[in-house]
Design a protein around this ligand. Structure first.
Ligand code: HPA
Length: 269
């Protein structure tokens, strides 16, 4: 934990002492949101041990500042399991967030939809998830704290607040189950059918390890997917990372509206 305490001290030196109320992790094609925050940007390069976010569409910097009057810590990029084979690739950034005194974590990602009523360009609020990648970021954690209950992994109050914010803005925000595949290859049509049979509504390559780590660290978590495509085999469109990056801005502008409203209307909940 001491590395994260040192990093938190470094960040406080640069950005001030006030604890961010929310941590926000931005997914593929959503990195530009960090530029909307009025505050101090610190490139991951200057935070020893932070990941080299190597995926295009991510902006590898931490920005601490104000968004809609709330103090936020925005991670412009994340590290994925498929980059290193380490499911705990985001552990140090999240430990650092907790060491800064932050209690709430908002995660965003790009995802493929399994439901015709949640089309590309739309959003989905995660009400649960399936860790289908078959690994866990807490493997190797030696303390009993590793036995994290996941029943309330997706915080009810934060979800209600996101739903209210979306409704107030007239933006559809259906809830659904996100299924975590390791990537980096996309799914096969058979895998998509399997995920649907298992109860998933969307698929993606991130977020779930961060929710597990977030709960481990005592953070309340909520996550929203920006739907960039239908899952493999569910439509004729091609699935590619370029397509993800091209489609993400459409949902991202809705996400930004919902997020701003969420923050503006946030009580101390
Ligand atoms: N599968 C996995 N990850 C994704 C997808 C998908 O279809 N779209 C965007 N990220």
């Amino acid at each position: 934990m001491s590395k994260s305490v040192d990093l938190a001290a470094l960040i406080r030196d640069r950005a001030g002492d006030k604890a961010p109320e929310y941590g926000l992790i931005l997914g593929s094609g959503l990195g530009h949101l960090s530029a909307q925050v009025d505050g101090t940007a610190i490139p991951y390069d200057e935070l020893p041990g932070f990941p080299h976010a190597s995926v295009s569409g991510h902006v590898p910097q931490l920005v601490i500042g104000e968004l809609e009057g709330r103090r936020v810590a925005v991670f412009g990029g994340r590290s994925h399991y498929y980059e290193s084979g380490r499911a705990d690739a985001m552990r140090l950034p999240l430990e650092t967030l907790a060491a800064l005194g932050t209690k709430k974590l908002i995660l965003t990602n790009a995802a493929g939809s399994l439901r015709p009523d949640i089309p590309p360009g739309g959003l989905m609020l995660l009400d649960d998830h399936i860790a289908f990648a078959g690994t866990n970021p807490l493997i190797g954690e030696a303390t009993d704290a590793r036995f994290v209950p996941m029943t309330d992994a997706h915080d009810t109050q934060m979800r209600d607040a996101f739903s209210a914010a979306a409704q107030a803005e007239g933006i559809d925000l259906p809830e659904g189950v996100y299924c975590w595949f390791s990537g980096p290859s996309f799914e096969t049509p058979a895998e998509i059918r399997a995920a649907r049979t298992l109860g998933a509504d969307a698929v993606g390559m991130s977020t779930v390890p961060e929710i597990i780590l977030g709960r481990f660290l005592g953070l309340r978590c909520a996550a929203i997917s920006v739907i960039t495509n239908m899952g493999a085999g569910l439509s004729d469109e091609s699935i590619s990372h370029d397509h993800t990056k091209a489609m993400a801005p459409i949902g991202a502008s809705k996400l930004e509206t919902v997020l701003r409203r969420f923050l503006r209307d946030a009580q101390d909940r």
